[in-house]
Design a protein around this ligand. Structure first.
Ligand code: UD1
Length: 420
């Protein structure tokens, strides 16, 4: 099994170009099932989750062609199977995103139940409730969701009980081919949902209200092919910004969207970083200083993203002062705290709040990655720590960070991938 061996203590200094967004490309790949012509996607990140999505589309019968390293063409005209099986869903919960598109286009879909994961139970009730309201008949049996509808789905007014990103994406995609108008209330406003919506519009969908909590979709009989560039990954950008901050370094990230990172940039400024931004770049400079501890609460967009929580827990671990971080989106997303404690961090968990008293120095230790963003937190802590850290189960990181060791090495870090 792959591990990352990190020698900490180097300030990260340099420049990077942001990769395409994982959480945008996954729903967009699922959306290709709605089009009756090939869809070409550029700025596709090279990630394990993209490989899994590609395998899933191919399993359904789609033709997927890689034109350049980051351009994929998906032709779903040959789709003749409608099942997302357990062996793929268990490695990527986002496989649930094919449910809405398969149902809307072919009238039938079977998707293995994603079940729980390291960060909580993560139910899909809102996805199913929305699709049922649009006329789908859905049963859950033997670990599978089986959904069908006769003729087209029907537009409906949906009020989501809570803000769900993939839940919004699933019903949004289904609604594009429904008969009549669908109104999604309490819709997720995440930039990746907007990017999905923009891609659907480029495919001929009629959608208004993207980026607000009321999205209106007027169903159309068909969607056509398009060429769409996937937006940059704000969480990847945020993670590298914290990598520079935690090591007292400086970094410029190009090809990114500062406006999607308002809450994160604000907290980095509170931590003492000097931040400058242009239309598509962000420069962060710690001027060699140790960060100050910050207080934050995660929340749906435009609040502070839960996907940046672990990275800020790592930052607070070595910052000056006491910082509190409250997780409100997921029930069990502090698996990194135990591992950080093994590196010498002083963190106390009180319910869903991590209270850290920053230490001057963490110490390298063998640690275990438990989920994608928790692993990112551990890598950041390792970059700041004295000595060697070995991060086990790197496959979690490879789900969401393209070439992490090359990118960190480019910034001056000492990072090596080892097997065994
Ligand atoms: C997406 C992101 C993930 C991010 C999360 C929150 C993708 C592929 N993944 O995950 O990186 O951490 O948004 O920003 O885009 N919930 C229900 N019922 C449902 C659906 C969700 O109770 O039917 C709950 C979840 O358990 C969780 C909360 O709603 O507590 C938010 O989850 P959701 O936004 O759906 O997360 P994902 O879409 O799975």
């Amino acid at each position: 099994m792959n591990k990352l061996l990190i020698e900490g203590g180097q300030p990260l200094i340099g420049e990077l170009h942001a990769a395409g967004a994982k959480n945008a490309v996954l729903p967009i790949l699922a959306a290709t099932l709605l089009a009756d012509e090939p869809v070409t996607l550029s700025n596709v990140p090279q990630l394990r989750d993209v490989t899994t999505s590609r395998a899933l589309l191919e399993r359904l019968g789609a033709q997927v062609t890689l034109h350049e390293p980051m351009t994929l063409e998906v032709d779903t005209r040959s789709v003749d199977k409608f099942c997302a099986p357990y062996d793929l869903v268990k490695t990527m919960r986002a496989s649930i995103l094919v449910l809405g598109p398969l149902l809307a286009r072919y009238g039938y879909a079977e998707v293995s139940l994603p079940g729980g994961c390291a960060i909580g139970s993560r139910p899909v009730d809102q996805h199913l409730r929305g699709l049922r309201a649009m006329g789908a008949e859905i049963e859950v049996d033997a670990g599978y969701i089986r959904a069908c509808c006769s003729g087209r789905l029907r537009g409906a007014r949906l009020v989501l009980d809570l803000v769900t990103v993939t839940g919004t994406a699933n019903v949004l995609m289904a609604a594009t081919l429904a008969e009549g108008t669908t109104v999604i209330e309490n819709a997720a406003r995440e930039p990746e949902v907007v990017d999905l919506g923009d891609c659907l519009v480029a495919m001929g969908a009629d959608i208004t209200g993207l980026g607000t909590d009321t999205v209106v979709v007027r169903g159309v009989p068909r969607l056509h092919g398009t060429h769409y560039p996937v937006m940059p990954d704000r969480i990847e950008t945020g993670t590298y910004l914290v990598a520079a901050a935690i090591t007292h370094g400086q970094i410029t990230i190009h090809g990114t969207r500062p406006a999607c990172l308002d809450a994160v940039l604000l907290k980095l400024q509170e931590a003492g970083a000097q931040i400058d931004t242009g239309s598509d770049w962000i420069h962060l400079d710690m001027q060699g200083r140790r960060p100050q501890a910050v207080h934050l609460r995660t929340a749906p967009h435009p609040g502070f993203p839960t996907d940046m929580q672990a990275q800020f827990v790592a930052l607070n671990a070595i910052a000056a002062g006491v910082g509190t971080i409250t997780e409100t989106v997921f029930e069990n997303r502090f698996m990194h705290v135990n591992e950080l404690q093994r590196m010498g961090a002083l963190i106390r968990l009180e319910g869903n709040t991590a209270i850290s008293t920053g230490v001057a120095q963490l110490t390298g230790a063998p640690v275990m990655a438990t989920d994608l963003r928790a692993s990112a937190g551990l890598v950041l802590a390792a970059l700041a720590a004295r000595g060697t850290t070995v991060v086990d189960r790197v496959y979690h990181i490879d789900r969401g960070y393209q070439g992490i060791e090359q990118r960190l090495t480019q910034l001056g870090a000492s990072v090596r991938r080892i097997t065994g």
